[in-house]
Design a protein around this ligand. Structure first.
Ligand SMILES: C[S@@+](CC[C@H](N)C(=O)[O-])C[C@H]1O[C@@H](n2cnc3c(N)ncnc32)[C@H](O)[C@@H]1O
Length: 233
């Protein structure tokens, strides 16, 4: 797995982008240090979306699935149920506080086919052993979807044709625009870069074939899916 642009000579633009991404990550890690303890309790209302996202991804028995920004590991039981003991679930997150809960969940359940990595998406590609993954779940991972470096790394971990499913928050349509102040502040609590909510998928969509999306939650959420066109950066 190679991320070609990482080897290009640094330019001031690239350095600025790296610094910006670093600041976004620092804000995110700090937020989840505070949020981790109550995170699971806050996810009840979006549980049906999580189930729909996993159903859309449709992992098959024996497949390797990547759970992007896996947090406390809430999606892992749903993914494991589909891939079975012969498949594998790989979750990664840059928040040690969130990942500690995922590790506790995995240990309590005795899962042997779950790998949990303390890793930034921006530094992921070299960390995945065992070959390219067959499917990728992005469940409420807005910061990662907005980072070109993170996206390049995540997609480099998958085989061409890998299935991708995404669930997340977005702005309401224009006729409900006043409510978007609330959407922004809701997203602010969970992301280092809370804006860019009009078409939050617009950096990943060009990398996918069979692209489709549908609004959820009266328009303040979305579910999307596609297949990776090629695994190159
Ligand atoms: C809203 S939570 C979603 C967690 C999980 N996907 C879920 O659905 O419950 C976003 C997660 O993404 C992680 N995250 C954000 N930016 C990241 C990055 N650049 N690299 C790795 N993890 C990141 C956060 O630490 C957090 O755990």
């Amino acid at each position: 797995m190679s991320i070609t642009h990482e080897h290009s000579p640094p330019t001031s633009g690239a350095a600025t982008q790296r610094e910006r991404e670093q600041r976004v990550r620092e804000r995110s890690v700090a937020k989840y240090r505070e949020r981790a303890a109550d995170y699971d309790a806050s996810c009840g209302p979006t549980w049906p979306i999580r189930e729909r996202a996993v159903a859309l991804l449709a992992p098959r028995p024996g497949e390797r699935v990547l759970d992007v920004g896996c947090g406390t590991g809430l999606s892992i039981p749903l993914l494991r149920q589909r891939v079975g003991e012969g498949g594998a679930v790989i979750g990664f997150d840059h928040s040690e506080a969130m990942l500690a809960q995922a590790r506790a969940r995995a240990a309590a359940a005795g899962w042997r086919n779950v790998t949990l990595l303390h890793r930034a998406a921006q530094d992921l590609a070299a960390a995945i052993d065992g070959g390219p993954v067959d499917a990728i779940l992005f469940h409420y991972t807005h910061d990662i979807l907005r980072s070109p470096t993170a996206l390049a790394h995540v997609l480099a971990c998958a085989r061409p044709g890998a299935r991708v499913a995404i669930a997340g928050i977005k702005y309401f349509p224009w006729w409900l625009a006043p409510l978007n102040f609330w959407v922004y502040f809701k997203n602010f609590g969970y992301n280092g870069a809370p804006g860019d909510l009009t078409t939050p998928w617009d950096r990943i969509a060009p990398r996918l074939t069979h692209w489709t999306w549908t609004p959820t939650q009266y328009g303040m959420g979305y579910l999307a899916s596609g297949r990776l066109a090629s695994s190159g950066a």
